[in-house]
Structures are given as C-alpha cells and as structure tokens.
Design a protein around this ligand. Structure first.
Ligand code: RAM
Length: 340
C-alpha cells in the first residue's frame, strides 16, 4: 500500500512536472522571437542585399529576438511574390515588408496576410493602400522623377533625343518616377529635348544590357539614357563602353555607388543619384517590428521613432517618405562606394 502511494505520488509529480514543462514550453513559445519577412523584387540584386543588411542592423539595434527572413523570386514578377507570401502566411510570420512588383496584383494576397494577423508594409516599391498598412518611400516620387530629368538636361545641354531604360514594366516605383519625368519634360526648359522611348530591362543585367544595345541601334542620334534602376544603369554603363558609345551618349539615373564607381570615374556616367539602401532596409524592418509590438499603429499623421534614423512621419495615403537622394559624381563617389 505504502509502495502504491509512493508510486501514485511519483506519477502525480511526473504529471505535474510534465505540466510545468508544457506550461513552460508554452510561455517560451509566446516569448520566442518574432519573424519578419523582407520580400524583395527579385534575388541577385545588390540593392536589395544592402536593404537586407540594413534589416539586420535594425534587429541589432532593437535588441530583440527577431529573425529576418529574406526572400524574393528569381525574376521580378508579381506571381513569384504571391507564391512567396502564400507560403509566409502558412509559416505564420509576424510581419512582411515587401518591395512590390505590381501595385494592384499583390493586394488580394497581402489582404489575406493581414486577415491572418500579419503586419504588412511595402517599402521601396509600393502596393496600393488596401494591401498594406503603410508604404515606406525612400524619397518623394515627384522629386525623384523631376530631378532625373534635370540631371539629364544638364548633361546634354538641354538638347537632343533621350530614352529611359527602366526595370520591369509593372514596377510601382519606376512607373511613378517615369510619370513625373514626363511631366517635367513638358516644361519649356526642355523644348529641345525629346523622350523617344521607354524600354524595360526587368532588373536583370543581361536583359538590360541587350535593351541598351537595342537603343543604340534604333536611335542613332540618341543623346542620353536615364536608367532609374541600379541594375539597369550598371548594365547600360557596360553596354555604352562595349559599343564605344561612352561620351557620345550620356547616362544618368539611380545607381549603387559601388557598382557605378568605375563609370563615374571615367566619365561614362558623370552624375547619378540614389538614397542609402541600408537605411531603407533598416527603417522598413524597424517599422515592421514596431507594428508587431503595437508601438506604431500605422495611422496617417503618426510620427514613428525609427531608431538611428530618427522620426519618420506617416503622410497622406499612409505613405511615409524618408529624405532626398544623394547626388554622386567623381568627387564623392569613392566615399559612398565604400559604404554601398
Ligand atoms: C533597383 C530596383 C529598386 C529601385 C532601385 C533604384 O535596384 O528596381 O526597386 O529602388 O533600383
């Protein structure tokens, strides 16, 4: 009998201990790190790798147990991103920060993610308001678009045919900038400049290179190319040199200093601009985390404390705009090329 009691007591203790372990496990699970997914236009683009590095810096600064999941399709399509988000919903990640390949096509899947309790924001290239809590823009669309044309005008002395070599034809960010470029070109200042075409290199180096070569052939009098994509501008720089067109056709746009240094230094591209992609990825990740914790609610007019970036305000349309891009030329390129 005594022995039986002892055994029962042992069993109870084991059960209790088991219960405690279970309870402990549960609490552990609740405390376990959050997962933030950064979904980029496509893999293999150094611009987004710099965004990811910024995301990792944000995690360090936040000092919390956060996992950053970096994903993107191999080519920049909305379909590829939809598949990825579907699987992130199944994995029950806590937040998604996406640079979108299409402004509308991603809305339904992102809505599904939000219904499942996932905090969704877009950064760099936006989704329509219904599909995200907020959009984080590196700089104002109007400013970017107009300043690209101003830089080109300066390079070609306000004269001659110009072309645009963009990313994918559905990219939200490039399309918005191109609209502003066209508006800027309507001003009297540009009466002697003509935009002859817009071509798309899909943010793939080889396709962008081929599109640039195609432009030289189709437009023998071309004076300049604006490429508002880091992949496109670097591929165009190479194409200009391979075709012996450097100096004859001016190049500007948005480029990564580290990828464009040689072209800036030898004059193939005398001037271009860009913001800091590390800061962009840092801010997107930081904001995603603050939405998870409830520190940021995501309403228009709200001021977000974004760590080392300071305050960023959510504006109309729930778009939060960071700052003006840097302009690079041969005098400052070394300094920036060492960073990104
Ligand atoms: C490419 C991508 C990205 C864009 C930069 C300027 O890397 O298209 O979305 O912001 O260029």
């Amino acid at each position: 009998m005594k022995r039986l009691k002892m055994i029962s007591l042992f069993v109870v203790l084991v059960l209790l201990a088991g219960g405690m372990v279970f309870a402990g496990g549960k609490t552990e699970a609740a405390k376990e790190g959050v997962r933030i997914a950064m979904v980029v236009k496509n893999l293999g683009n150094s611009f987004f790798e710099a965004c990811r590095d910024g995301g990792l810096e944000a995690i360090e600064d936040l000092g919390a147990d956060i996992e950053l999941i970096y994903q993107g399709p191999s080519t920049p399509t909305a379909e590829g991103q939809i598949e990825i988000i579907d699987s992130l919903i199944a994995q029950k990640v806590d937040a998604i920060a996406i640079s979108a390949n299409d402004v509308d096509a991603l809305v339904p899947i992102c809505k599904k993610a939000m219904t499942a309790g996932i905090k969704v924001i877009s950064f760099d290239s936006g989704i329509a308001p219904d599909g995200r809590i907020l959009h984080l823009a590196p700089s104002g669309d109007e400013f970017i678009g107009r300043s690209q044309v101003r830089m080109m005008a300066e390079l070609v002395d306000h004269e001659g045919q110009i072309a645009i070599l963009s990313a994918s034809s559905q990219a939200t960010n490039q399309n918005a900038w191109i609209e502003w470029m066209k508006k800027e070109l309507e001003e009297a200042d540009y009466n002697n400049m003509e935009l002859v075409t817009v071509v798309y290199g899909d943010d793939l180096s080889d396709k962008s290179y081929r599109e640039a070569m195609g432009l030289f052939k189709s437009y023998p009098n071309l004076r300049g190319i604006i490429s508002p994509t880091t992949v496109g501008i670097a591929a165009t720089g190479k194409a200009l040199e391979d075709a012996g067109k450097a100096g004859e056709i001016e190049l500007t746009g948005l480029g990564l200093p580290s990828e464009m240094k040689q072209y800036i230094k030898n004059g193939t591209c005398r001037k271009m601009s860009l913001w800091n992609p590390i800061d962009l990825g840092y801010s997107a990740t930081y904001i995603a985390y603050k939405l998870i914790t409830g520190d940021v609610e995501g309403g228009a007019g709200e001021t977000m404390d974004v760590g080392r970036m300071g305050d960023i305000i959510i504006g109309g349309g729930k778009v939060a705009v960071m700052s003006e891009p840097y302009v690079f030329d041969k005098d400052n390129i070394d300094k920036f090329a060492a960073i990104y």
